[in-house]
Design a protein around this ligand. Structure first.
Ligand code: G1P
Length: 286
């Protein structure tokens, strides 16, 4: 079965980057010249996703607006002959079909996914978390096609960061492809079953919904997505890929800055000037 839909939970309060996120949703903070969320939607679309389901909350209207038409602005740019700007303004809404559902209470990531149940229906779907750029869906889709189970993206994390992630223990099935045996949400170093962390990219089979419905609050008193995936793992229905590519996390002030620098250096127009600037700054600091 093809994966056509992706759920993007964007209801969080973004408390790690206050006060920047007091009014502007974290997912709309710019990275060079686009909001973070646009990179993530583009990542999904490049992997073949056609329909994006945002799980939003109070005061996050701007997210829907960014992926909708803004005819007044379009008309103004058209009248002035600003073709490049017009194309940039139109691009977000042309990427996919968009819809939004609400998560009215902050009850956790598992609960946010459950809010998308009706919009997803009875088909497998992708989940992309909004504070990281981790282009690993194509490999995950290959594994899904073969095993027809949920698929996680796992990456090796330094010991001191273990307690920030879901951590998996696995059995290798083929090179870089694992069957997930155990999952613990944000364990201490002592509790952690390994150093393989769950990245914010998931392929999920729809039997996750009845599981989420009966999942009790876990770590932090929240309904954890990880706990529902653990139930699938116990049924032998959760696989993972070992991802070794780039993973840009913009969910903290330092991460926001380093992600901007990485993307700025890759940018065809501003990359060379940014490189010169960085060299210059480093020299001046010596
Ligand atoms: C969530 C998940 C966690 C995962 C992480 C990836 O945590 O609950 O299992 O490892 O995303 O970024 P959050 O970062 O939303 O607290």
């Amino acid at each position: 079965m093809r994966i056509r839909k992706a759920v993007l939970p964007v209801a969080g309060l973004g408390t790690r980057i206050l006060p920047a996120t007091k009014v502007v949703p974290k997912e709309l903070l710019p990275l060079v010249d686009k909001p973070t969320l646009q990179y993530i939607v583009e990542e999904a679309v490049e992997a073949g996703i056609e329909e994006i389901i945002f799980v939003t909350s109070h005061s996050k209207h701007a997210i829907e607006d960014h992926f909708d038409r803004f005819s007044e602005l379009e008309q103004t740019l058209e009248r002035k002959g600003k073709k490049k700007e017009l194309a940039a303004v139109r691009r977000p809404q042309e990427l996919a079909k968009f819809m939004a559902v609400r998560q009215s209470e902050p009850l956790g990531l598992g609960h946010a996914i459950l809010c998308a149940r009706e919009a997803v229906g009875n088909e497998p779907f992708a989940v992309l978390l909004g504070d990281e750029i981790t282009p690993c869906l194509p490999k995950m889709l290959e594994v899904f096609e073969k095993y027809q189970t949920s698929v996680l993206a796992l990456f090796q994390t330094p010991r001191e960061q273990i307690s920030s992630y879901g951590i998996a223990s696995v059995e290798e099935k083929e090179p870089y492809v694992y069957q997930v045996k155990d999952l613990v949400e944000k364990p201490s170093i002592e509790e952690a079953p390994s150093d393989l962390a769950v990245a914010g990219r998931y392929i999920v089979t729809p039997d996750i919904f009845p599981i989420l419905e009966r999942t009790k609050p876990g770590r932090g008193g929240e309904i954890q997505f990880t706990d529902a995936l653990l139930e699938q793992a116990h049924q032998g229905k959760c696989y993972g890929i070992h991802y070794t590519g780039s993973r840009l996390d913009m969910g903290t002030p330092l991460g926001l800055l380093t992600t901007s620098i990485e993307l700025g250096l890759q940018h065809p127009e501003i990359g060379p000037a940014l490189r010169e600037y960085i060299k210059d700054v480093l020299q001046r600091q010596r």
